[in-house]
Write a protein that binds this ligand. Structure first.
Ligand SMILES: CC(C)(COP(=O)(O)OP(=O)(O)OC[C@H]1O[C@@H](n2cnc3c(N)ncnc32)[C@H](O)[C@@H]1OP(=O)(O)O)[C@@H](O)C(=O)NCCC(=O)NCCS
Length: 137
């Protein structure tokens, strides 16, 4: 957890450490996938159950030194495979409207924009992706 918090601070500049730690410890069906370069964590992807069927992909980032080599997409694929195997039908995420990199990554990974939510007047795009298990039903 400490390595993840340190990388999150590096990726986002600052984070609410205690709130992030609380969510990491407390949310249901929490999963955390990480990427390593030797003993250095260079990427993470964390999510948790929003409902029994809907998985919320909450937080992810890649060390600025190793971007654009496929770590972000690999972590996302791993998370979605896990969520599907765990029985979730839908993955949901949201991203600031000006975060072009994450939007591109989401859309390339099968997410569809489903709406906008304002967080303290900052627009965030809500993305949803149906997992294969639900498409077969
Ligand atoms: C978004 C982020 C996770 C991408 O990680 P990454 O490992 O560099 O991404 P990948 O190398 O797997 O890229 C996969 C695809 O995403 C898209 N993408 C990634 N970075 C991009 C950028 N800066 N601009 C445009 N598209 C981008 C591209 O489609 C890319 O495929 P390509 O390289 O073949 O063109 C990384 O930029 C990051 O940590 N950003 C800051 C944290 C953040 O915003 N997190 C999301 C909010 S929780």
């Amino acid at each position: 957890m400490e390595a993840l918090l340190a990388l999150a601070e590096r990726v986002f500049g600052s984070i609410e450490v205690e709130h992030t730690r609380w969510r990491l410890r407390s949310m249901p069906a929490l999963s955390a996938f990480t990427a390593w370069d030797g003993d250095r964590m260079v990427g993470f992807k964390v999510g948790y159950a929003a409902t029994a069927r809907r998985y919320y992909s909450w937080l992810g980032g890649v060390d600025p030194d190793v971007r654009r080599v496929g770590i972000g997409v690999a972590l996302m694929e791993r998370q979605h495979r896990w969520a599907e195997e765990a029985g979730f039908e839908l993955v949901e995420t949201e991203v600031a409207q000006n975060n072009h990199a994450m939007q591109q990554l989401n859309e390339r990974s099968g997410f569809v924009a489903a709406g906008i939510r304002f967080d303290q007047e900052v627009p965030r795009v809500i993305y949803r992706k149906r997992l294969a298990a639900s498409l077969e039903n």
